[in-house]
Design a protein around this ligand. Sequence first.
Ligand SMILES: [Zn+2]
Ligand SMILES: [Zn+2]
Length: 360
Amino acid sequence: MKMSYPEKFQGIAVTDNNNWLNPKKISFEPKKFLPNDIDIKIAACGVCGSDTHTAASRWGACPKNQIVGHEIIGHIVKLGPNCDKSWKIGQRVGVGAQSGSCLNCDRCETQNEPYCPHTILTYTSKYDDGYISQGGYASHARVHEHFVIPIPDELPTNFAAPLLCGGVTVFSPLLRHGCGPGKKVGIIGIGGIGHMGIMIAKAMGAEVYAFSRGENKRSDAMKLGADHYFATGTEGWDKDLFNTLDLVVICASSLTDINLDQYINIMKIGGMIQSISIPNFTEKLVLSPFSLVGVNIGNSHIGSPHEIKLLLDLMATNGIKPWIETIQINETGVNEAWTRMEKGDVKYRFVLTDFDSEFK
Ligand SMILES: [Zn+2]
Ligand SMILES: [Zn+2]
């Protein structure tokens, strides 16, 4: 019998952009194996909002036969000759949204790899030889060792997956802007990444304020660790919050729905509003300069390998796990996950599993 590994990998790909919700199983050439590369046999992959945005061509045309997925957990099956000797065959590892960068610019050398101008995202990015990176809805991943993350034993595979992109994307601005004891921290948008934002901000020691449009997420937000909940669809929700928050992370999928002027008003002077949303690239922010006086605002982008490691340790130490639903990976399973994601029907993160039965 001819082995499919390592010559060809298999994955669930968008083969027809007009029918992106129905991806198909394909086999594909992996990228060229370089001396610092690690091959990972994938065991689970979280389903991120970026996956559907990419598959639906919302950030530009989806490349032909694109495989998405960047919350990858698996086991090492092959190590390049130059890889660090501490890696072990069979070791459980993860890969997030980034798989490459120049590794020697100022940003890379200060653990700001996500902001390197030569970033290779785990899918849809072009390597030097023209190869387009392929994601984790696949049998294997081939990634430079710098972007491979050891998974602590305490974290079960399916629960670790969503931390690799979604979790660290909210953790990074929390960490960089001082979330911790004595700080009042807001999370706007509870679905998807926001649910992890609440539990992470709480684990970091902050007093957590959760904001969502309606009342329907109140009990979940409190179970996740929020200290306060505000339904922002209710008139006057902000009347007692003037000058309250040190830091807010906006986890909503679109910023046009958010009344930023209202949030600016509830910030302390010097407070920080960070967004992590990457909406349609045509979207523009509308801000009133007058209300922005004294408050900072910015947009954050995924998290560095170092930040992923810190987050995994935080989750392992505190014994906390994302809320997930698992779905078996195959054409039908991906279709179901994406269809339900489009309707916002997930509590709160899908994780694709059973890779062994799909990719024999
Ligand atoms: Zn760089
Ligand atoms: Zn993601």
